[in-house]
Design a protein around this ligand. Structure first.
Ligand SMILES: NC(=O)c1ccc[n+]([C@@H]2O[C@H](COP(=O)([O-])OP(=O)(O)OC[C@H]3O[C@@H](n4cnc5c(N)ncnc54)[C@H](OP(=O)(O)O)[C@@H]3O)[C@@H](O)[C@H]2O)c1
Length: 248
């Protein structure tokens, strides 16, 4: 039990990587607070995760909603030990076609949402706590059609260093997990047609040195490592879990 008596906040904990992490955290003894924005997925996650989870609606694009949900979580749990700031999405479009609305939307969710999740929960984080954020292998490679998504993930990589520097005096560690292509609903929300989605998926899997896409539980185990005392001397760092895609 690596997280016995710990309280963990997981944004985007209703699906994919966040849901797998919430499940693993509970298996390791934690109480989990899950944020998501979709009512049906929130209800499904509550059913799946059971009593160890407090599932709350919060659209992280809106700092006021984060504020309200953090306050609710603190009423239930008193304090937080771990924040996994993971909610995110992207829209695929060639650089020339990106609209201002698409640009703002991706930065609002992936950067502002993550930033204010950490800012608003930090006062309630116990000293010695751990923050993990989800960036992406995209933060270090150039990919046609994913310029804005990739830039949001590079911003997130940078925030880990700056926020890590500010929270280090409290013994709070801040690290990033950097997934490669993972089998979740994420790709289906990029706005690609069915055919293009399938072809992109096949091309990506073929480009991965390990020759397959990853599973959400493979990212969740890396997140558990960063969140737990196993990573007690790591902060400001990025753990790349991408089958070698951005490294080899
Ligand atoms: N899958 C991949 O290949 C891959 C690769 C690299 C990085 N990542 C990153 O991994 C993270 C998790 O993605 P995933 O693959 O697990 O995708 P996913 O299954 O689509 O999960 C995304 C999660 O984000 C939540 N979310 C979306 N918009 C939100 C909002 N406005 N407010 C609050 N929550 C919101 C969703 O909940 P609701 O629907 O309830 O809002 C959902 O729980 C993302 O940051 C993504 O960029 C994914």
């Amino acid at each position: 039990m690596k997280l016995a008596n710990k309280v963990a906040l997981v944004t985007g904990g209703t699906s994919g990587i966040g849901l797998a992490a919430a499940r693993l955290f509970i298996d390791e003894g934690a109480k989990v607070i899950v944020f998501g924005s979709n009512e049906k997925r929130l209800a499904d996650a509550q059913r799946e995760l059971g009593d160890a989870a407090t599932v709350l609606r919060a659209d992280v694009r809106d700092p006021a909603q984060i504020d309200r949900a953090v306050a609710e979580a603190i009423e239930v749990h008193g304090a937080i030990d771990i924040v996994f700031a993971n909610a995110g999405a992207g829209t695929a479009a060639p650089f020339a076609d990106v609209t201002p609305a698409q640009f703002d939307e991706q930065f609002a969710l992936n950067v502002s949402g993550l930033f204010f999740t950490i800012q608003k929960s930090a006062p309630y984080l116990r000293d010695g706590g751990s923050i993990v954020v989800t960036t992406s292998f995209l933060n270090s490679v150039g990919t046609p059609g994913l310029s804005v998504l990739s830039a949001t993930k590079a911003a997130v990589r940078s925030l880990v260093r700056s926020i890590g520097a500010e929270l280090a005096p409290r013994g709070i560690r801040v690290n990033a997990v950097s997934p490669g292509p993972i089998d979740t609903p994420f790709a289906s929300k990029l706005g690609l047609g069915e055919d293009e989605l399938r072809k992109t998926g096949e091309a990506l899997a073929a480009a991965v040195p390990l020759k397959r896409v990853g599973r959400p539980d493979e990212i969740a185990r890396a997140v558990l490592f960063l969140a737990s005392d196993d990573a007690s001397y790591m902060t400001g760092a990025e753990l790349v879990v991408d089958g070698g895609l951005s490294q080899i």
